[in-house]
Ligand binder design. Structure first.
Ligand code: ZN
Length: 483
């Protein structure tokens, strides 16, 4: 194998030497307005895909565009590439996922320079303010971050004439418009994806400037809609009130029973599969500076609003605990003024954020059983499953996580990267976990003030450099592992 420490240093040196050319390449990519949600940009979206495939080919990786969707409803192409790794390779098979499409640039009048005419702006000053940066739509989400991977691959190819690991690469063109065709595409390429051992994605952020982080967990989701039916018609509340069930009253009572006094979800079995998080991980998050009173104040509440499941602090409740929320409730008379009606039915949307190792289908089933056990007299349920996704989580002690930590350490000059999580859900992570059992390392280089999806989106060059160096080191680290 060509992956000795010396050669990795050479590759890092090559990345440095290529830096200006690499940035120019990224600017070229950013000039292509690959807005996936708007059919007017269809040709540009394809152009951006081809651009990416061409850069992979230059790095010695066999890449092509794969069509997606159906005849009636064609999708945007996926950049698909596979690389066998060096001769006699015995390490893990890596899946790299990214996306080349971007959000629409609107509102255009708020951009200080045109969104598809990238510019490089100098640092704003000292301290924690924007540093030298590329400003353009897609600068950080996700072309700029994918470019760091492309440059790392190029540097390996140019230095060692080899990419050190076996890889499958998917660069999608519909992430910003809902990834409508990704799951089908992945299932069509099931045999390749089932051989992958770990997925790497660079589409998230760091803790702050100079504070690299790996996002080790995302929450899953189970989304349901329920309707409680009573009479077969709306009724007069004077004649029927107090004589038969009012589905709004009854639905409200049922929903209120979803939590106990400790704000724990009462559905039997709900917590059965929840993985305990090691105390060491929880301790490691303690120093993460987050001003929760301030965050509450920003949304119009006092610190007495810091409520949630007993026994866990706000950060833990967001990152490692499952939740249940009623997202909508409706029924009865909702027009102007008074109408004394007892409605025939009432509905609610109820969803669950899930953590490892909860299964969305199982949670939905438990909820349905619980509802049946709580059916108010004379009423019946109508139940809709709106789907969801699996949670994803890579343990901090996992060898893949350790490899990523070392890579970030090497790339960032030894600064200890943080292992963080997010309370949100990243659909591709849940899909890869649910369909292929694949865990994902979210190694991202964005910053909180990058204006993702907003006017004047930026990617700071220090973050770009860290990304390129990290991907060089990560390929080396992963190649040394046993799958
Ligand atoms: Zn993105």
């Amino acid at each position: 194998m060509a992956t000795t420490t010396t050669s990795m240093d050479q590759v890092l040196e090559r990345v440095r030497a290529n830096e200006q050319a690499g940035i120019q390449r990224l600017l070229d990519w950013l000039r292509i307005p690959s807005v996936s949600t708007d059919q007017a940009f269809k040709g540009d979206v394809r152009k951006a895909a081809q651009w990416c495939a061409d850069r992979l080919k230059e790095a010695g990786i066999d890449a092509s565009l794969k069509e997606t969707g159906t005849k009636d409803k064609p999708g945007h192409p996926i950049v698909w590439a596979q690389h066998p790794g060096p001769k006699g390779y015995t390490g893990p098979h890596i899946l790299f996922y990214g996306h080349y499409d971007v959000q629409p640039p609107d509102p255009l009048n708020l951009w200080k320079s045109p969104p598809f005419e990238p510019v490089i702006l100098p640092a704003d000053g000292k301290g924690d303010v924007p540093q030298e940066r590329i400003v353009a739509r897609g600068a950080v989400d996700d072309k700029g971050q994918v470019a760091t991977f492309l440059e790392a691959a190029r540097a390996w190819h140019e230095t060692a004439n080899e990419i050190p690991c076996k890889m499958t690469i998917i660069i999608e063109g519909e992430e910003e418009s809902g990834s409508a065709n990704l799951e089908r595409f992945c299932n069509e390429n099931k045999s390749a994806l089932e051989q992958c051992d770990i997925c790497v994605i660079s589409d998230t952020g760091m803790l702050g400037r100079g504070k690299p982080a790996i996002t080790s967990g995302v929450r899953g989701l189970a989304y349901t809609e329920i309707k409680l039916h009573a009479a077969d018609q709306d009724l007069h509340s004077g004649m029927w009130g107090g004589r038969c069930p009012n589905p709004i009253n009854e639905l409200a009572k049922v929903i209120a029973q979803l939590w106990d006094k400790d704000r724990r979800v009462t559905i039997p079995g709900f917590y059965d599969d929840v993985q305990d998080v090691p105390q060491a991980d929880r301790d490691a998050w303690a120093p993460i500076a987050r001003d929760y009173p301030k965050m509450l104040e920003k949304i119009g509440m006092g610190s007495d609003a810091n409520v949630g499941e007993k026994g866990f602090n706000a950060l833990e409740r967001e990152w490692i605990r499952p939740t249940c929320d009623c997202n909508g409730i409706y029924g009865g008379y909702m027009g102007e003024g008074a109408k004394t009606v007892i409605p025939a039915w009432a509905g609610a949307k109820v969803s669950f954020r899930l953590v490892a190792n909860q299964d969305p289908a199982k949670i939905t089933k438990l909820f349905r059983t619980w509802l049946d056990d709580h059916t108010p007299p004379g009423c019946r349920w109508e139940f809709h499953d709106h789907g969801g996704g699996f949670p994803g989580n890579v343990a901090s002690q996992s060898p893949y996580m350790q490899a990523a930590m070392r890579a970030l350490g090497t790339a960032g000059g030894g600064a200890d990267p943080a292992i963080i999580r997010t309370g949100g859900s990243i659909p591709v992570v849940g899909m890869l976990k649910g369909d292929f059992g694949l865990d994902t390392l979210l190694v991202g280089f964005g910053l909180d003030d990058d204006r993702v999806h907003s006017p004047n989106e930026k990617f700071e060059l220090d973050c770009y450099r860290l990304g390129c160096r990290t991907h060089v080191a990560l390929m080396d680290e992963l190649a040394r592992m046993k799958p």
